[in-house]
Design a protein around this ligand. Sequence first.
Ligand code: HEC
Ligand code: HEC
Length: 220
Amino acid sequence: MNPRTFLLLFWSLLTVLSLPVRAAYVWIPSAPAQEVEARLTRVQSEPVSHKAAIAAGKKAAFFCANCHGESGVSALDHVPNLAGQNAFYLLAQIDKFGDGRRKDDFMSGLVKVLKPEERFNIAVFYASQPVPPTLVKNKFQAVAGKKHFARTCVGCHGVKAYGTREVARLAGQREGYLVTALRDYRKGDGVRSDSRMTGVAQKLSDPEIAALAIYLGSLP
Ligand code: HEC
Ligand code: HEC
């Protein structure tokens, strides 16, 4: 571990450990969904503001890079890629970690130290980065996953699995992370709760989840 990484991890530990002490902390939502959506659309369509938001987001995301990768392409199978993900979806997930609708010991504490402006810029930055697909490990499973996806998931996630504002991009996502996410929705214990996904996930078997994850991870 190089000294910089060590310092960052040490800092993060302090930050997370000190959160319960700051009992007075009140989570500030990014902004009403419609407002955020309008602003994202505007910023992403104006080259000058887009560039500025990307630069500010890259700076604000220096710490996130330790796990999510320098440009949002994760090197760890249980950590999701953020590159190429829809900005609106990213921001919505940060808000969900912040107010408890989504639970992860580390992420739930971490997002609370991000100011709304930092969250916005970070989302714009990651959304603008390209994501490389992984190689297919098992063709047979990938074919099964493809069929299942076409039958059950395309309606919301789209033919290319790029998602929409509210629906996650799945193309090129880390396989291990996809498996965890689908199992979390299936369990229905509040770690991940979205009625559109929990209903779908409850019908999936373990082999189906494995096949879907292999197929989706391999998409460009
Ligand atoms: C110590 C490693 C670590 C660091 C540092 C980290 N994350 Fe995460 N992040 C994770 C893991 C693990 C998950 C998956 C959690 C789960 O299973 O729900 C995650 C999930 C996410 C998600 C949800 C993605 C999706 O596809 O739904 C977002 C958004 C996110 N992180 C943003 C950030 C931001 C922004 C930062 C920096 C401020 C950051 N993370 C720093 C480990 C990390
Ligand atoms: C009715 C619409 C709908 C259908 C059908 C659907 N999804 Fe989703 N999916 C969503 C939404 C909305 C989200 C974001 C939910 C959230 O905020 O947690 C999501 C999120 C996900 C995630 C989490 C991604 C991440 O980055 O964390 C995975 C994995 C996923 N879907 C896989 C699938 C698969 C596989 C299928 C088919 C078996 C499927 N979905 C069918 C709407 C849908």
